[in-house]
Design a binder for this molecule. Structure first.
Ligand SMILES: Nc1ncnc2c1ncn2[C@@H]1O[C@H](COP(=O)(O)OP(=O)(O)O)[C@@H](O)[C@H]1O
Ligand SMILES: [Mg+2]
Length: 347
């Protein structure tokens, strides 16, 4: 029976682990809340030596802790844990957490933590550490996920539900932005209709540098709460959008960041099976325009772009990509470059 009332905290987690048989009364652990999450309780549990075990406990919340009222069903945690289990054989044990325990009555699961010393890729990028091998690995990882979707019919049936994708992506990003930009309403409506038509692959749904924990060049991918069966170009565009927004944010490093976009894309394309994702490039660029604008004017704007002139440059490039529909990634990147230099067209 679902227990809506149990809220995981650093204080009761020890008791929970003991009750479930994961911890003896005399074992020493340290427990810390991991920051960053707005929609979940996420705790790190570390055992003292000699057992250097590190686990993460994650529980989904219904109401997201953001300014606007924004809700999502808690059962998304089931699909998150299930997708980790299903994808780990294809992506490899270094790329994903291992699921240790699930407790869907209490909307939580336990997984292994990323190796000690891992850093969130977003933090490295904001410190202008633009490592092209990490970008290539992000492309390779996505290609593996898309290819695995072709090979493994197990991935399909359990991820059909796209309610959470709608609640956390389509609605707050695309519908909200379209309402604030009536001049682009048609482009957004068509984009929403087109993406919902495509059902070819498992989609992470939050394929962002904030969910990639990097050690050396390895990426450990987390946070599959928006996972679903759908349109893989959403993931490709999501990642590129983050890299592009960082280029707008830090113009002195824009050449490196835009280089990462190309590195990511080339490595994704090179590793993709030819039949795996037809029409990926054109659809990725449509999402890219939509997502760029959404992270400026949607319900969840990026926190690091505050300056109005920068926002306007992003808006202009996003609108141009949405309206003109560039055919290749290089053309889209050129639009971005020009708008950074205030040379782009006015919409
Ligand atoms: N398996 C893990 N290993 C190490 N750190 C993790 C792990 N899972 C989550 N974290 C940390 O906790 C933060 C929040 O977790 P995440 O799953 O991304 O939740 P949210 O959906 O709330 O963003 C992450 O940004 C990351 O820093
Ligand atoms: Mg996250």
């Amino acid at each position: 029976m679902a227990d809506e009332t149990f809220l995981l905290t650093p204080e009761n987690a020890r008791e929970y682990l003991t009750e479930q048989g994961f911890l003896r009364a005399d074992e020493e652990i340290t427990m810390s809340a991991l920051g960053g999450g707005v929609s979940n309780v996420v705790l790190l549990v570390e055992w003292q030596e000699p057992r250097e075990q590190r686990w993460v406990m994650k529980q989904s919340l219904e109401k997201l802790r953001v300014k606007d009222d924004w809700r999502s069903e808690r059962s998304r945690i089931y699909r998150e844990a299930l997708s980790l289990r299903r994808l780990r054989p294809a992506l490899g044990p270094a790329a994903l957490p291992e699921v240790i325990h699930t407790d869907f009555n209490r909307f939580l699961y336990i997984m292994t933590a990323a190796p000690a010393g891992s850093q969130v890729w977003k933090d490295l990028l904001l410190a202008r550490r633009a490592d092209s091998q990490v970008a290539r690995n992000a492309g390779l990882l996505l290609a593996k996920m898309i290819n695995a979707s072709r090979d493994d019919e197990l991935l399909n049936p359990d991820f059909q539900d796209r309610t959470v994708f709608d609640q956390l992506r389509i609605d707050p990003y695309y519908r909200t932005t379209a309402a604030r930009h009536p001049e682009l309403r048609r482009e957004f409506d068509n984009l929403i209709a087109a993406t919902l038509e495509i059902r070819t692959s498992i989609v992470h749904g939050d394929y962002s540098p904030k969910n990639m924990l990097v050690r050396g060049e390895n990426i450990f991918l987390i946070d599959f709460e928006v996972v679903h069966w759908g349109d893989p170009s959403f993931d490709a565009a999501f990642l590129m959008n983050h890299l592009i927004l960082k280029a707008f944010h830090q113009p002195v490093a824009s050449r490196q960041f835009l280089g990462l976009v190309i590195d990511f894309w080339k490595s994704l394309y090179a590793a993709l099976r030819p039949d795996a994702a037809p029409g990926l490039e054109a659809m990725t660029l449509r999402h890219l325009g939509g997502l760029m604008l959404a992270r400026i004017d949607g319900k969840s704007p990026v926190e690091y772009i505050q300056d109005e002139a920068t926002k306007d440059r992003v808006r202009k490039a996003a609108a141009q990509i949405l309206v003109e529909g560039p055919r290749t990634l290089e053309d889209a990147v050129e639009i971005v470059r020009r708008s950074m230099k205030d040379e782009g067209r006015k919409y």
